[in-house]
Design a protein around this ligand. Sequence first.
Ligand SMILES: C[S@@+](CC[C@H](N)C(=O)[O-])C[C@H]1O[C@@H](n2cnc3c(N)ncnc32)[C@H](O)[C@@H]1O
Length: 431
Amino acid sequence: MFESLTIPSPKRNVRFQTGWEGFFPYYAGFPESFAEAILSTADVSTHSVILDPWNGSGTTTYVASSRGIASIGIDLNPAMIIVAKARLLPPSEADSIQPLGREILKSAVEDKQPIESTDPLTCWFSTNTARSLRSIERSIQRHLLGPFTLTSEAINLDHLSCLAATNYVALFSVCRELTKRYRSTNPTWLRRPKANESKVRSRQASIERRFTSKLCSMAEALSTRSNATSSEQTVSELRRADTSVSILLDDSIDLILTSPPYCTRIDYTAATRIELAVLDPLLNETDDTLSRQMTGTTKIAGHHVEAAASWGSTCSVFLNSVKVHPSKASSGYYYKTHLDYFDKMSRSLANSAKALRAGGAAIIVVQDSYYKDVHNDLPTIISEMALAQNLKLKRREDFYISRSMSGLNPRARAYGRRPGAIESVLCLEKC
Ligand SMILES: C[S@@+](CC[C@H](N)C(=O)[O-])C[C@H]1O[C@@H](n2cnc3c(N)ncnc32)[C@H](O)[C@@H]1O
């Protein structure tokens, strides 16, 4: 089943991200060209259903939808659900983007509500700038969100329209541009200004210009999308959920295409800090709660986790090497955070396997890394974990990545690690 599959490198190259794809940059994603090659050569048809249990910026759901294939994308991060939703906006909406944007700005200017001192936007922006940004966010809410989306407790992101999501993405992008000076070479890191550092100031008119210009380029890119035809008839469902808890679909999926969070100590919520600050009034949980739930969190779980034999021998040897490592906190903090990662990963794999029909395929992109000088062979660990869930490895392709997250650690060389990382594409079949 996998012999005829074309498997290009899953490495994302930002230089090649242009047009509509260019509006959804995500350091952790695989490129559209990769998902395109897989879905066009895999054994799927327009009657199939594709699942991405860690959907991120929605590359899988977008490519499935543009090929006329139904898909379900799950992610825990509300910001990523919005990004993936916006990406699904059909080209027939291209002409609505700018007139709607003008209405949103007109009503934002009339909004005289002061900014609350606890508003997370004030962390990076001066009071007036934060107020201007918040008034646009409130205006998006007034124009495009209603009782179907906003329940009495919080927002139901599964119901958000692609048009509303597009306006949020334009606002995210304005905030990202304005906070550029707080970013470092680590793509996941947006630092908070120091106490003596000035915050970002931008006039309301300039913010409006940036927002309008973003929407204008998005409308242009959307209208020239080459694969514009099929997505309007195709069902793509985006769900905000924790895949380590449940996926709720048994034997209903024909193919899984995904890249799970890597074990590289990335805080996936820190990467979207500014987006989460924009969404703050809509969410009923803090960044901290969200970050603790994430697979790969750098925070220690509140409950006791124990290693399980079903995680496989490679995982067991790796965990033991972390536990007995002589460096500080290895047997405590680092061991516990790795346990948490593998615990959530094995639960997610079990839930994903349950969702897959017998004979269905799972294509998983995963990267190796290091703990200090100890190699974390995540592709092998995931293959062994998957086998315990009746997912049998049928093909594996390895690609060398010269610039990896684990290589960003300045001590990487001192530990004698080989530079870069191996990104593997695992092709598994449900027996
Ligand atoms: C490597 S990224 C996926 C990138 C995606 N393939 C793309 O092209 O954008 C992993 C995603 O898993 C999500 N995630 C982490 N823990 C999760 C969990 N327990 N349940 C669901 N999603 C989770 C993160 O928010 C992140 O978006």
